[in-house]
Design a protein around this ligand. Structure first.
Ligand SMILES: [Mg+2]
Length: 289
């Protein structure tokens, strides 16, 4: 297999089976690559505290940490490590308080519209840096498995139809855009079957901003691999959150999906399947001479 100059990857469902699963195995597979000077980039919707119990740096030496980056919070935060091995944010995309309140208001309007017009109940998680998570299936608990479950797509599609929403997921994305425009805000929304996330950035911003950092090190996107477990289309033309890593800048790289979920993937994404094991084996292969 091709040897890559840098590897960018999703965390939950790709490097670890669940957020609460120990990160030891993932970190052990990452370590030899970091030691060799191959940059690794975790791109995840979550926050630093939710990765390896907020102690990711403790798995690596200070030298290894100089090759580790994180793009978190759906575009909101880009992390690198100081020479002392402490994580720091080198670039953020955070709104001011008024901007935050506006995102909240738009999401509440989405909730109200769905409930008023269709009797479609949602929950909203407001405490995210620059977006809200609208839970489209509050009746369906993911437990510790925070990534998309294989039965969720069908359940959501049934729920939409049962509530008279004919336009599918696209209808929800259009509604978010429309209600955003009404408030003078251009929102970026994504959907992974359970959650409609509405905010001002996405994993595309993580990928592009960290790619800038990698370019400073002489690394080109065509020599990068991108791994995730959520590329699959929810419906025609709407792909999962990891598909956002594929941008105008990064699309010349190689994209791999470790999920087993059936469905359409964006152009250029190879389905490998095999989940976390596939990804960790890939890291081990890359570390070999
Ligand atoms: Mg994932």
């Amino acid at each position: 297999m091709k040897k890559y100059s840098a590897i960018l990857f999703d965390w939950d469902g790709t490097a670890v089976t669940s957020r609460k699963a120990p990160a030891d195995e993932a970190c052990a597979a990452m370590k030899p690559l970091l030691a060799k000077g191959i940059p690794l980039v975790i791109i995840s919707g979550t926050t630093y505290e939710n990765i390896a119990g907020g102690k990711l740096e403790s798995f690596f030496t200070v030298e290894e940490l100089q090759n580790l980056y994180l793009g978190l919070g759906r575009g909101a935060y880009q992390y690198a490590y100081t020479k002392e091995g402490r994580p720091y944010i080198f670039r953020d995309l955070l709104p001011d308080r008024e901007g935050t309140l506006l995102i909240h208001e738009i999401c509440f309007n989405i909730h109200q519209t769905l409930l008023r017009d269709y009797g479609f109940a949602t929950d909203i998680v407001f405490t995210r840096p620059n977006y809200c998570k609208i839970d489209l299936m509050p009746e369906h608990d993911r437990g510790d498995q925070l990534f998309m479950q294989s039965d969720e797509l069908g359940a959501l599609k049934d729920k939409l139809i049962n509530h008279g929403i004919q336009g599918g997921l696209q209808h929800l994305l259009d509604l978010a855009e429309e209600l955003g425009e009404e408030k003078g805000m251009k929102v970026l929304s994504t959907c992974d079957a359970k959650y409609l996330e509405v905010g001002i950035s996405s994993k595309s911003d993580n990928a592009d901003l960290i790619m800038e950092k990698l370019r400073e090190r002489g690394i080109k996107p065509e020599n990068c691999a991108f791994f995730g477990d959520e590329y699959v289309g929810i419906e025609k033309g709407i792909y999962g959150s990891d598909s956002f890593m594929r941008t105008e800048i990064t699309k010349v790289g190689d994209f791999f999906d470790v999920s087993e979920v059936e469905g359409d993937r964006p152009e250029g994404v190879q389905r490998l399947g095999g989940g976390v094991t596939t990804f960790l084996n890939f890291l081990k292969e890359q570390a070999k001479e």
